[in-house]
Design a protein around this ligand. Structure first.
Ligand code: SF4
Length: 221
């Protein structure tokens, strides 16, 4: 669904990017554009806090620095490196994914969200995240945090009925900056705002950098 660009879009983007360049989190998977490394980080981050993932991410890539190394590994060894991070189905899917990439894709992670989604364990969010964070593709990556920010800032009355996800996807798409590297920053910035400021239980509206451009934050209290 193609939405018209909301009137507060430009101010929201400017403010968000300015804040992110100053306050954005420095995370190891943001220092790379290696698609396999980004893929590993996205699998680990599913339902797990950033602070817990950091040490596992480094350890996993030490042991399996390439998709080929992971594809060759024994299942029990992969499980052992993942041990303690929980949700072991993710490790199994990641291992399966590495084998599929080596067998069917010459070890190359696709850059297209539709092709990514056909791989084991890759859902809509992960496909978008890998496409934008590894390849700087101008596509949305909408996780829970991003969904919350977009709803509050632009669609505060959106209910969870049919079509809500398509509406959010359309909104996130029209908001994307034209330059690919800026689209990368914008998607990362939305994540950080949702994790650090526009949190689920206690949004910090009085100190929020996009408050003047947010339909919820501007409401009188
Ligand atoms: S002003 Fe409040 S509701 Fe709006 S994005 Fe910021 S924290 Fe979220």
């Amino acid at each position: 669904m193609r939405l018209r660009t909301p009137t507060n879009a430009l101010a929201f983007k400017r403010r968000l990017l300015k804040w992110f360049r100053r306050e954005g989190r420095s995370l190891p998977w943001r220092e790379t554009r290696d698609p396999y490394h980004v893929l590993v980080s996205e699998f680990m981050l599913q339902q797990t806090q950033v602070s817990r993932v950091q040490s596992y991410y480094a350890r996993f890539l030490d042991r399996y620095p390439t998709v080929e190394a992971l594809a060759r590994a024994k299942r029990s060894a992969v499980r052992a490196v993942w041990d303690g991070l929980g949700y072991y189905r993710r490790a199994e899917h990641l291992h399966e994914l590495a084998k599929t990439l080596v067998r069917d894709h010459a070890g190359i992670v696709p850059d297209d969200p539709d092709r990514l989604r056909r791989l084991p364990g890759v859902g809509t969010y992960t496909a978008g995240a890998v496409a934008t964070f590894a390849y700087e593709r101008r596509v949305p990556a909408i996780d829970t945090n991003v969904s919350r920010v977009l709803r509050r800032a632009f669609l505060p009355t959106l209910d969870d009925g049919a079509g809500a996800q398509r509406r959010l996807h359309g909104l996130a798409t029209v908001l994307l900056p034209r330059r690919r590297s800026t689209a990368w920053e914008f998607n990362q910035a939305l994540m950080d705002l949702g994790a650090m400021v526009c949190t689920a239980r206690a949004p910090k509206c009085p100190v929020c950098p996009v408050r003047q451009a947010c339909r919820t934050g501007r409401r009188p209290r």
